[in-house]
Unconditional design. Structure first.
Length: 310
């Protein structure tokens, strides 16, 4: 994947004739976004800025604009984060089942990358996407966890020991546990080395929400999930009562189209109605970014506990 960092894309971002850009992501795209911000363009980006926020701050000084992680707050232009699954219709239905109390959450995103990917993809190059699997699959795991707790930031994170790195030192498998002040806890794991899995489980006192395709659905126009409520053993421990209920949310448009539709709505409001950039996307993307930064810091410090600072 070289498209996200090709020189022509960086040049296009700065062209006065460019109005809106849908962009893939790697750390070099920070420069493209800054150039675009200087020309007051709108961006829809796949993930947030994958460099630490202090590096983002250095870049924005050159653009003389305020940039948020993953979303630009400009006077007449805005950016939207491109985490596809957040736009799926099923997300809204699943929100009804987010569990009260102090849920435990587990998210996992893995796929078995081939040798070409592991050697040549931008996600494993320290000068292109230095956070590796954490900045790619881990981003979606963290976003799903935050969604499950209504985007409340954890108090601290501790990276799981023994992450896997390639010869260049880029992460290709890792994980972490997140802790909240009120006792909530979440764990995620992301990997380029295991079978394709997209699993999200939210466990509360009286119920469990389980999604097995939370990033890319099995079928693009439907989103399945299961809900278990007040589960218990059947008589003689021969089964469950009641059994989990299965739900399927259908949609006329796939999540990618819904994402673009939302992007167009935001742009149209700014361009035609003088609306201000919506604060929703900068806020949740910044939160995802600061958690990811804390996980990386914990890894670098030998799996110490790291406070999450908003």
């Amino acid at each position: 994947m070289k498209s996200a960092c090709d020189d022509d894309k960086l040049k296009t971002a700065a062209m006065p004739g460019t109005d809106r850009r849908l962009m893939e992501q790697n750390t070099r795209v920070v420069d493209a976004k800054v150039r675009g911000a200087a020309h007051r363009h709108g961006f829809n980006v796949q993930r947030g800025f994958l460099e630490p926020r202090r590096a983002i701050g250095d870049e924005t000084d050159r653009a003389e604009e305020e940039l948020h992680a993953g979303s630009c707050t400009l006077s007449i232009r805005g950016c939207q984060n491109r985490a596809h699954f957040i736009h799926h219709a099923a997300v809204h239905d699943r929100s009804e089942y987010t569990l009260k109390g102090r849920p435990e959450i587990n998210s996992l995103f893995s796929f078995r990358a081939n040798e070409d990917f592991l050697q040549n993809d931008i996600r494993v190059k320290p000068d292109l996407d230095a956070l590796g699997v954490l900045g790619d699959a881990g981003w979606y795991c963290i976003r799903a966890i935050l969604w499950a707790v209504d985007y409340e930031l954890p108090k601290n994170v501790i990276a799981l020991p023994e992450p896997v790195k390639n010869q260049a030192g880029v992460l290709i498998a890792c994980g972490a546990t997140l802790y909240w002040a009120d006792g909530k806890m979440a764990t995620f794991h992301c990997s380029f080395l295991a079978n394709l899995t997209m699993d999200l489980t939210v466990i509360g006192t009286d119920g469990t929400l389980h999604v097995t395709d939370f990033i890319i659905p099995y079928e693009e126009k439907s989103g399945p999930f299961s809900v278990a409520s007040r589960s218990n053993f059947a008589e003689l421990h021969t089964g469950w009562v009641p059994q989990p209920s299965k739900h399927v949310v259908t949609t006329d448009l796939p999540q990618e189209a819904l994402m673009v539709k939302e992007f167009c709505r935001l742009v149209q409001g700014i361009r035609d109605a003088g609306a201000k950039p919506e604060g929703k996307w900068p806020a949740i993307t910044r939160k995802t970014q600061v958690v990811m930064d804390a996980v990386k810091t914990s890894i670098d410090k030998g799996f110490e506990s790291v406070d999450v600072v908003s």
